[in-house]
Design a protein around this ligand. Structure first.
Ligand SMILES: [Fe+2]
Ligand SMILES: [Fe+2]
Length: 289
């Protein structure tokens, strides 16, 4: 396995964070999630105090992409300063805005250095019950009007970008050994949570090809961003809850200051639910960043 540190595992193994006593006491894992806060160079201090509160309210923080406006090194520095008081594990995917300057690797490297776990690179196991898989996803539309790989090479390449994201998500979900699997995306996997945006741009807000691995692996819950003016919650055809946690939606639809907190109950018959922590197992409080 791994050294158990956040973001410290090799790319071919899910990262295991360690086992938390709170999970047994409360039989619940609290997942905080937000995306699309779009930090600019002059936004320093805008979110720091609000992010600091996540330590008491959740066990893990998910960032659903569009952390920056244009994905510049200066902007990601601002993001890292906003996150400096967060002590729980941070898991992230990038958004389209984080690619705008053409240097997503620099954005990733800065996040990695901070200890943020990039789900696009490897899944993450918070404990023996709950694991996380994620990709950015891509656009293309929903239902019978989804763009198909027909005609020009450019169209085929566009559709193939989505298919590659679907395959990455499938592979990541398959690698998780936990019975409860959480999915993090930037683009929407269902049309329901983009409703509210202009209908003309629905195809640019997500793609329901992402649903196949989500429903096949029976994900517990999905979080995504990108559709700022969409709908906060929906469900996949198989009934998996989907939350659009773009910051505007979280603030307007839940009244929360910055992030939505979702509680995942741990069933009594979940493997390992009654086992005692192994001696010396690293906890979030002791893990180095
Ligand atoms: Fe956004
Ligand atoms: Fe976006």
């Amino acid at each position: 396995m791994t050294d158990g540190r956040n973001g410290g595992g090799p790319r071919d193994e899910p990262v295991a964070f360690g086992r938390r006593r709170e999970d047994r006491a409360g039989r619940v894992v609290r997942v905080a999630a937000v995306g699309d806060f779009h930090c600019g160079e002059k936004d320093g201090g805008l979110y720091r105090d609000q992010f600091a509160k996540v330590n008491d309210q959740a066990d893990v923080l998910l960032l659903a992409g569009d952390l920056t406006r244009r994905g510049t090194p200066a902007e990601i520095d601002v993001v890292l300063r906003e996150l400096q008081d967060v002590r729980i594990p941070i898991l992230a995917v990038l958004g389209n805005h984080d690619h705008e300057s053409g240097q997503p690797e620099k954005v990733n490297e800065a996040l990695r250095t901070r200890g943020v776990h990039l789900l696009d690179e490897a899944p993450f196991e918070l404990n023996e019950h709950v694991g996380f898989a994620g990709v950015k996803g891509f656009m293309g539309g929903f239902g019978r009007y989804t763009l198909t790989a027909f005609g020009e090479g450019e169209t085929k390449a566009f559709v193939n970008t989505t298919l590659e994201e679907v395959q990455k998500l499938e592979y990541s979900l398959r690698r998780l050994s936990t019975p409860i699997r959480v999915v993090l995306l930037h683009y929407a996997p269902i049309m329901e949570t983009v409703m509210g945006e202009p209908e003309q741009i629905f195809p640019f807000l997500g793609n329901d090809r992402l649903l196949e691995p989500i429903d096949r692996f029976n994900a517990a819950v999905v979080f995504h961003g990108h559709a700022h003016h969409g709908t906060f919650s929906g469900k996949t055809p198989a009934g998996v809850p989907v939350f659009n946690v773009s910051m505007v939606r979280v603030r307007e639809d839940t009244g929360a200051e910055l992030f939505y907190v979702h509680e995942i109950p741990i069933p009594a018959d979940s493997p390992g639910a009654e086992s005692e922590p192994e001696p010396g197992v690293e906890t979030p409080e002791t893990a180095a960043r």
